[in-house]
Design a protein around this ligand. Structure first.
Ligand SMILES: *Cc1c(COP(=O)(O)O)cnc(C)c1O
Length: 423
């Protein structure tokens, strides 16, 4: 604070007229707040994108935060077997919960979804002696998930040879069958994540591919991406393939994220058959991708909420998904009534789940909007970002729009104060 006060005093001295002491102090606080924002700070997400990767994806449930405080606030049994009084495995702490939630035989948790895919490919794309082999993938699933993480490139790193089958739009089970050879180590299936093929297309189902793999004695890996545990049609969204679907199809190993449709902390989860998970557990790369105690605590609490009757409503992602446009409109109207001096409108907008999930499924939502005077749209968005806490809004035409779905209702007071200060 002292350096900010000195800087504010220097700035004041450079002015033709000396500002009042209060104004100098305010300037010093403004500089301090500006600096704080260059570190990690909490923000209000007014974008309407529920799992915004740049804004930290899924907000954690209160139970997950409590679990972090009670276990990571002191020592824990993160890598200690209490019954044996000896070293245990951190990767297996969530085994029972993940088996219960997904129906899989075994499970393992690493640092994020990309790490889970990397580890699974590095393990399974090899022969019995560890030598790289061939991996068969459909042409329409050779995806980049973002941030430059491209499946073909990750595969190349493991030394495996990629065997592409089918065409861009059509892939059949015979395409896979014809590509099988004694050199085949793995059949790979990947969720198209943030893109969709439409029109004259066909894909091979998980069960069909798992059956082919079982007949040929070749394991099947599925990069499922978002890891839904529930039928999303309940929320007016299209049905996403769930982890349970992939397990029931007989896929050997399934990779998904902890902070997408699970609504938990950043983590990568591998579930599947005992033999496949056991192979991954012996991969020395596992140590480099290890997960920390706070993540294990938060993921465990989130999984418990998914398993408890009615618990899902306490997962913030599902609370946001469950909010009806009517309820959102009522909140927005109440905020507008609270700020009679401002020229706010309540408008219908479209939000998205985000995080590379359901790219074509808009969520009907409600925003508070206004046209900044003089058309200074960027300046108005910038003023909101400079607030305490910063608010990330979006532009709708020439208006600023704040989608209320992604702002927790208990933060409406903060939102009102920010709007008052920024207009
Ligand atoms: C998001 C995603 C990943 C990566 O998961 P992160 O948790 O972001 O590392 C991998 N594959 C697919 C298909 C995805 O959608």
């Amino acid at each position: 604070m002292k350096t900010h006060l000195v800087a504010a005093l220097d700035a004041a001295r450079a002015l033709p007229a000396t500002p009042a002491p209060d104004a100098i102090l305010a300037e010093a606080l403004r500089r301090l707040a500006g600096e704080a924002q260059r570190g990690l700070v909490g923000v209000l997400n007014g974008t309407g994108i529920l799992l915004h990767t740049n804004l930290g994806r899924a907000p954690l449930a209160a139970a997950a935060l409590d679990a972090i405080a009670t276990t990571a606030g002191g020592a824990s049994n993160v890598e200690y077997d209490l019954a044996a009084g000896a070293r245990g495995s951190r990767y297996d702490r969530l085994g029972a919960l993940l088996r219960a939630a997904t129906g899989a035989q075994d499970a393992l948790v690493v640092n994020n979804g990309a790490a889970a895919v990397l580890l699974a490919l590095d393990t399974l794309a090899r022969g019995p002696g560890g030598e790289p082999r061939e991996v068969i993938v459909a042409r329409n699933q050779l995806i980049e998930i973002g941030g430059g993480f491209r499946l073909p490139d990750v595969l190349a790193r493991s030394g495996a040879r990629l065997v592409e089958v089918g065409t861009t739009n059509k892939v059949r089970i015979d395409d896979y069958a014809r590509a099988l050879s004694p050199r085949t180590a793995l059949l790979l299936r990947a969720h198209p994540s943030n893109f969709r093929l439409a029109g004259f297309t066909s894909e091979v189902g998980g069960a069909e591919l798992a059956a082919l793999g079982a007949r040929a004695g070749v394991p099947v890996l599925e990069d499922l991406g978002s890891g839904a545990l529930h039928d999303l049609r309940e929320y007016g969204l299209p049905r996403e393939r769930t982890v349970q679907d992939a397990v029931a199809d007989g896929i050997d190993l399934i990779a998904f994220s902890g902070d997408k449709l699970l609504g938990g902390p950043q983590a990568g989860i591998l579930v599947g058959r005992t033999a496949a998970v056991a192979r991954v557990r012996t991969n020395p790369l596992l140590r480099a991708l290890r997960v920390g105690a706070p993540t294990i605590a938060a993921l465990g609490a989130t999984l418990r909420l998914h398993l408890e009757p009615g618990g899902r409503e306490r997962v913030p992602l599902y609370r946001m998904l469950a909010a009806s446009p009517e309820a959102l409109r009522a909140r927005a109207e109440a905020l507008r009534a609270r700020l009679p001096g401002l020229d706010l409108r309540v408008v219908a907008v479209e939000g998205y789940v985000g995080g590379g999930t359901l790219p074509l499924a808009p969520l009907p939502s409600i925003a508070l909007a206004w046209r900044p005077a003089g058309g200074g749209l960027d300046a108005a968005l910038g003023r909101l970002r400079a607030g305490t806490p910063p608010l990330i809004a979006r532009a709708e035409g020439d208006a600023v729009a704040i989608d209320v779905r992604t702002i927790p209702p208990e933060r409406d007071g903060d939102l009102a104060a920010l709007l008052e200060a920024a207009q």
